[in-house]
Write a protein that binds this ligand. Structure first.
Ligand SMILES: *Cc1c(COP(=O)(O)O)cnc(C)c1O
Length: 428
């Protein structure tokens, strides 16, 4: 595909290019196995030569969709995983092991916070959470000799803090480690972190990418820009892998080394592989991603403005509002739009928040975000329930925070629903 096609065109037609007489639409390769004429031909695959042997490692449908997301992000290699959780875990465990340490912005998704703070600690990997708005000096002071990566979310779920990607990239690079960015909320339509120095991008494709609340999925994409050989921090990439007869990922696979290692070791051993059918759905979602993001963002801006002018609402946080503290960062990193998610609090705190939510008719209470249908959630009693009060504050989640994920319905209907629910909550 021509490199200079614009991103909307890549969403629709990127990656899969049928040859003469082949299916126009990306086929689902619903096969665990691949046939070879000789066992010698098969043996080569076990030495990591290109080709398919078993779908736990690779499948043509999955690969094609990974290639499309890689194209959208402007990366060199990418891989799909069975969930966003697996993507974030793999992005780190691919380069860290017991005894290593990494730094993460504290304002991240609750599931990721638990993964880092509880499960990865059990594996012997230490994390230090930092306030994303702390000064460079304060963040640099957290580095240790065994620090191997820096992690953050472009727009944090659900606090909606916007990360200063260039600041974090500079800090990471001055310590010889990569910056990993979870770009789930803006998607590459609105922000491409590689253009600002990020090295690895992850996604929960469950959200806007698939966009219809049909599948769970994830992706890890490599920019190809990080030099893993600049120091001795990444032996897993620069030293022989005994489980593949001494293959050296950076030497043998060049810019695809980091992603090849995820496939060859992590998908092989952990098996967090997406079903090809799910990748097919993901691809359908990607085809309309640019259109949907535009609508999510324009709807959300109107809803945020409505909430801001409603006297029953205590506060509104939507980074695209001009008086938001992140507005300057939004102008720099995502001038086309942010995402469809708004957080706000109603006067009367948690109790009124619950009455408001129970009164909604169009917007549903669901544990989901970032799909076509407008939905709401109270993170403190759901996604972030396992977190202590101090951890909640660290993550940027106040007890009265309502997360509103604005869908692509007619915005007048969404606003009318919010209005009737606010009236109902405050008439009791
Ligand atoms: C939902 C989400 C995840 C986890 O993704 P799953 O697909 O649910 O495993 C990770 N990061 C962010 C920002 C998310 O919103």
């Amino acid at each position: 595909m021509k490199e200079n096609y614009r991103i909307e065109t890549k969403c629709v037609q990127g990656a899969y290019e049928p040859k003469n007489g082949e299916p126009r639409v990306l086929p689902i390769y619903q096969s665990t196995t691949y046939k070879y004429d000789t066992s010698e031909a098969m043996a080569k695959l076990f030495d990591l030569e290109p080709g398919y042997m078993y779908t736990r490692l690779a499948n043509p449908t999955n690969d094609m969709v990974a290639a499309k997301i890689t194209m959208l992000e402007g990366g060199v290699a990418g891989v799909l995983t069975s969930s966003g959780q697996a993507a974030n875990f793999f992005s780190l465990i691919n380069i860290l092991g017991a005894g290593d340490h990494f730094i993460s912005a504290a304002t991240i998704y609750g599931g990721t916070f638990n993964l880092f703070n509880v499960t990865m600690r059990k594996l012997g990997i230490e994390v230090t959470f930092v306030d994303p708005n702390a000064s460079e000096e304060e963040i640099c002071a957290q580095f240790r000799p065994n620090t191997k990566a820096v992690f953050g979310e472009t727009i944090a779920n659900p606090s909606l803090d916007v990360l200063d990607i260039e600041k974090f990239a500079k800090i990471a690079h001055s310590h010889g480690v990569p910056l990993i960015i979870d770009n789930t909320f803006p998607t590459p339509i609105n922000c491409r972190p590689f253009e600002f120095g990020a090295d690895i991008v992850t996604h929960s494709t469950t959200k806007y990418m698939e966009g219809h609340a049909n599948i769970i999925g994830g992706a890890v994409i490599d920019s190809g820009n990080f030099d893993w050989e600049q120091n001795d921090k990444f032996p897993g990439l620069t030293q022989p892998d005994e489980s593949y007869h001494g293959a050296v990922y950076t030497r043998d696979f060049g810019k695809a080394g980091y992603i090849t290692k995820i496939v060859a070791q992590l998908l092989r051993d952990y098996g967090s592989t997406p079903a090809p059918q799910n990748s097919y759905y993901l691809n359908l979602g990607l085809e309309t991603l640019a259109l949907r993001m535009e609508r999510h963002c324009s709807n959300a801006l109107k809803v945020a403005e409505y909430l801001q002018n409603n006297e029953k609402v205590a506060w509104v946080n939507y980074p695209a509002l001009p008086d938001n503290k992140y507005y300057p960062l939004v102008q720099k990193y995502m001038p086309k739009g942010t995402c469809g998610v708004i957080s706000f609090g109603v006067k009367g705190g948690r109790k009124k928040a619950e009455e408001f939510m129970n009164s909604l008719k169009l917007a549903a209470i669901v544990t989901h975000v970032a799909d076509a249908r407008t939905c709401v959630l109270h993170p403190a009693s759901s996604t972030h329930r396992q977190l202590s009060d101090t951890e909640l504050v660290e993550c940027g989640v106040s007890p009265d925070l309502i997360r509103l994920s604005v869908g692509i319905e007619n915005v007048e209907d969404i606003i009318a629903d919010i209005e009737q629910a606010l009236d109902a909550a405050f008439s009791s």
